[in-house]
Design a protein around this ligand. Structure first.
Ligand code: ASP
Ligand code: MG
Length: 425
C-alpha cells in the first residue's frame, strides 16, 4: 500500500463534469490499494473573479480580507470534490488548510508555510477515508486565514507530500508533462521523462510555466520527487527529481522561448562606482522586472549598458530613462521591442564543453543574429528578433538531437570530441 498525494489544478476541476472525473480518479487510486490525499485548486477562473469582485467594492481591500475571500475558491472545490467521491460510494472528507494543519507566517496574500502538523490527515487516512485538502491556503500562528501566492496549490501539494512522507506526489494538470520545447513551436518536441529540479526551475522561469517555481524549490529542498501529468488521460508524465548520473549524459534537456521582450541600451555610461546602482534602482522603483543585463568593457572611461524587460513594461520606464541619462551624464538611450529570448537548458552543460559554440553555430548558419548573450551554469540564453525566434528554436532543437527520441540532447558531442575552443560551455 502506498501513500499518494495528488494535486488537481483549476482546469482539472473547472466544471462539475471535471470534478466528477477527478473524483473517479481519486477513488480508483484508493481502490487500487493506496491511501490518497488530494489537494485541489479553485475552479478555473474563480480566483480571478474573486479578485475582480473585491475591486468592485473597495479600491484597496486589505490583504487580510483578500485572504478570507480568496480562500473560499479552494474551499468550494474541496467540498464539491468530497461530495462527488461520496456520491460514487466512496468515503472522503474535505479539510481547509487550517484543518489540515498547514501553518504559515502572517504575510497575507503571499504567506510562507512554516510547518505542517498532519495529525488530522493521518487520522482520517487511518480510518480509511480519502482526504481532500484545500490548496493555496493556511493559517497563521495568530489564527488568521492566509494564502500562499498565485499558483500556491502546487506548494500545498509538495509541502503536504513532504510532511506526510508520501511515497508519490502527482501534479495533475492540463498538459501531459514537461516538453523539450513548446509543441506549438516545435512539432517534434518530446515529453521529457525525467528532469532534475534545477532544469525544471530554469524551464519554469523561462516561460514553460507548468508549475509555480516556489514549489519546485521547496520540492528540491525537501527531496520530494513528483510527477507532472495530465488529468485528461492516463499517460505517464514527467518525473522531477534530484539529478542522477544518467541525467548528466544528456547535454540539453530542453529549449525554451520567451517572447515579447524589449531591450534598452544606455550608451556611454561613465565607468565609475554607483552608476549602475542608480539606473537599476530607478527601474526598481517602478516595479519593472529586469531580466538580462549586459555591460561592455569600458572604452575611454565609458561603457554601454543593455538590459531586457517584458515589452509591455517599456512604457512604464521610458519616461524615467531620459532624466536618468541626463542625471548620470550618459550619452543617450535606445529602446527596442520585438525581440525574444531563446534558451537551451541542461545540467549536462556542466560536464560537456562546446555547447555555446554549437548553439551559436546553428543560429549563425541560419543567419539569425544574436543581439545579447547570458549564461548560467545550466543555461545559455540569447536575444534574437522575435520574428526569427520560432525558427531558431526549431533549428536548435534539431541541432542538439532533441528531435530524435533515442538520442536526447547529446547527438552532437562526446566530452572528448570537443574542447580547445576556450569555452567552458
Ligand atoms: N487558486 C489559486 C490561483 O489561481 C491557487 C492555484 O490555483 O494554485 O492562483
Ligand atoms: Mg492554478
Amino acid at each position: 500500500m502506498s501513500l499518494i498525494v495528488q494535486k488537481y489544478g483549476g482546469t482539472s476541476v473547472g466544471s462539475p463534469e471535471r470534478i466528477l472525473n477527478v473524483a473517479r480518479r481519486i477513488l480508483e487510486t484508493q481502490r487500487a490499494g493506496n491511501q490518497v490525499v488530494a489537494v485541489v485548486s479553485a475552479m478555473s477562473g474563480v480566483t480571478d473573479s474573486l479578485i475582480k469582485l473585491a475591486g468592485q467594492v473597495a479600491p484597496h481591500p486589505t490583504e487580510r480580507e483578500m485572504d478570507v475571500l480568496l480562500s473560499t475558491g479552494e474551499q468550494t472545490t474541496i467540498a464539491l470534490t468530497a461530495m462527488a467521491v461520496n456520491g460514487f460510494g466512496g468515503h472522503a472528507v474535505s479539510l481547509t488548510g487550517a484543518q489540515a494543519g498547514i501553518v504559515t507566517d502572517g504575510f497575507h496574500t503571499k504567506a510562507k508555510i512554516t510547518n505542517i502538523t498532519p495529525r488530522r490527515i493521518h487520522e482520517f487516512l487511518d480510518a480509511g477515508s480519502i482526504v481532500i485538502v484545500a490548496g493555496f491556503q493556511g493559517e497563521s500562528f495568530e489564527g488568521q486565514i492566509t494564502t500562499l501566492g498565485r499558483g500556491g496549490s502546487d506548494l500545498t501539494a509538495i509541502a503536504v507530500a513532504a510532511a506526510i512522507k508520501a511515497d508519490l506526489c502527482q501534479i495533475f494538470t492540463d498538459v501531459d508533462g514537461v516538453y523539450s520545447c513548446d509543441p506549438r513551436i516545435v512539432k517534434s518536441a518530446r515529453k521529457i521523462l525525467e528532469i532534475s529540479y534545477d532544469e525544471m526551475l530554469e524551464m519554469a522561469s523561462l516561460g514553460s510555466k507548468v508549475m509555480q517555481s516556489r514549489s519546485v524549490e521547496f520540492a528540491k529542498k525537501f527531496g520530494v520527487i513528483f510527477e507532472v501529468r495530465s488529468s485528461f488521460n492516463d499517460q505517464p508524465g514527467t518525473l522531477v527529481k534530484h539529478e542522477t548520473a544518467g541525467m548528466e549524459q544528456v547535454v540539453i534537456r530542453g529549449v525554451s522561448v520567451d517572447r515579447k521582450q524589449a531591450k534598452v541600451t544606455i550608451s556611454r555610461v561613465r565607468d565609475k562606482p554607483g552608476v549602475a546602482s542608480r539606473i537599476f534602482n530607478e527601474i526598481a522603483t517602478v516595479n519593472v522586472n529586469v531580466d538580462m543585463i549586459v555591460q561592455n568593457v569600458s572604452d575611454a572611461g565609458t561603457t554601454d549598458i543593455s538590459f531586457t524587460i517584458p515589452a509591455d513594461e517599456l512604457p512604464k520606464i521610458e519616461k524615467h530613462l531620459g532624466p536618468i541619462v541626463t542625471e548620470i551624464g550618459a550619452g543617450g538611450f535606445a529602446a527596442q521591442a520585438g525581440i525574444a529570448k531563446l534558451s537551451v537548458v541542461g545540467i549536462g552543460m556542466r560536464s560537456h564543453s562546446g555547447v555555446a559554440a554549437r548553439m551559436f553555430e546553428l543560429l549563425g548558419q541560419a543567419e539569425i543574429n544574436i543581439q545579447m548573450i547570458t549564461t548560467s551554469e545550466i543555461k545559455i540564453s540569447v536575444i534574437v528578433d522575435e520574428d526569427r525566434v520560432d525558427e531558431g528554436a526549431r533549428i536548435v532543437h534539431a541541432g542538439f538531437g532533441l528531435d530524435e527520441p533515442d538520442s536526447p540532447g547529446n547527438a552532437f558531442l562526446e566530452p572528448a570530441a570537443v574542447g580547445g575552443n576556450g569555452l567552458q560551455k
